[in-house]
Design a protein around this ligand. Sequence first.
Ligand code: NAD
Length: 490
Amino acid sequence: METTFSKKNQVAIKNFIHGEWVSSESGQVEDVPNPATGEIIAQVPISSKEDVDKAVQSAREAFKSWKKVPVPKRARIMFRYHQLLEENKEELAKALTQENGKTMKDASGEVQRGIECVEFASGAPSLMMGDVLPDIAEGIDSGMYRYPVGVVGGITPFNFPMMVPLWMFPLALVCGNTFVLKPSERTPILAKMLVELIHEAGLPKGVLNVVNGAHDVVNGLLEHEEVDAISFVGSQPVAEYVYKTASSHGKRVQALAGAKNHSIVMPDCNLDKSVEGIINAAFGSAGERCMACSVVVAVGDVADELVGKLKEAADQLNVGNGLDQETTLGPLIRDSHRDRAVSYIETGEQENAKLVRDGRVELRENESGYFLGATIFDYVSEDMKIWRDEIFAPVLSIVRAETLDDAIETANKSEFANGAVIYTTSGKAVQQFREDMDAGMLGVNVNVPAPMAFFPFSGNKKSFYGDLHANGKDGLNFYTKRKMLTQRWY
Ligand code: NAD
């Protein structure tokens, strides 16, 4: 697998429909730069609704036979896929770093989390089992059977180009569905590699299709009458739009959205370990994680020492190209996104938050890529835009609170409720945190914790639209419909 991309060695991106790489009908393309260098490494087709229609027709046709393939046979393809992903780990991580910018360490972590989704899907024979209760009344048996839903459309974000597609299609496919994937137009390379490998593993044509592009492709999927379900992961406004539009077209929808994750630091915590966790969660993947720590709430007299240690640790981060081993903070995805983050730093200054560390210094030092250094604001309050909005960049806000009650109240005022963490050595504080925090994924003395593939990724409030989350039993229930059979034999 060739994974050194450059202007001269660009990746050819096409759509994948009915087992073939095909050009888009639209003829439109968009450049894909390497965020660390600005060099164009691919061109992505901006496809049309006609392209979507072809992919959906292919998936609908393939569904007729794929749903009849015995579950153990479908699972065996996942076992082979798992093996191929393992064998290509390094190449996948290297490609990921070049298209997304995250460091090789973060990219390798993402590759691993993606592979774990395939592991979970490989257990399909157990997952797909129904429930039976004999003799619900005299001579009558009752049982629940699982079936695939049909054609699923998957729409994914730029920040996890490997893991998020793998949240979706392996589980959907082993359940017997067919799939049309619309990767982020900013990171189309990993999708290409994932599709190549699963076909090497023996997936029949038409079962998984890819249509590259932007809004037109998304709308084509949301409105298409042959699409039965939509899995979406991305920003909050788009998630809400996708949820409303797809459900008004009669589809089952799960839409995972943005976040503003709070980490509460108690005076009794292990401070050095807490600082390590916060730095990793705030600045890992350049803050472009839905589970990034974007707000720290310092409780009581821990604040001054905490802020000092956070600044010290942030000063040690190495901004640079993620392919370099010593880099610990890679670039943002695009210059426009970096400029948006910079404008949030200006807003923070105007709002009179105290700028403890200004990441714009690193921006000036590295002009060829879309770099921004770690930025920290202290004395942030709930009336500030920098507290309210998802900035999705290495910009950390610190709020000071008197008590744990105040800290939880602040965190719960956010319209988002993806993850939240408490750093403490008090069991009582943990109990209160677990009971009162709204966020769907809680952590105690760990970085904002993304659950493993066998648990649901369970954001609340405006971090999620729908009923059944991605992964785990929720994912299984989302990708299957149930039939109840009640029978009497004379
Ligand atoms: P995004 O919303 O810009 O894009 C996501 C997908 O939607 C892309 O495929 C894009 O092409 C499409 N899209 C964008 N705008 C659209 C529009 N107006 N109409 C139709 N389709 C549109 O998100 P992003 O910037 O790629 O990803 C970052 C966001 O995703 C962050 O907000 C992050 O928190 C969120 N995210 C959430 C989770 C989660 O599990 N909750 C996981 C990863 C990322």
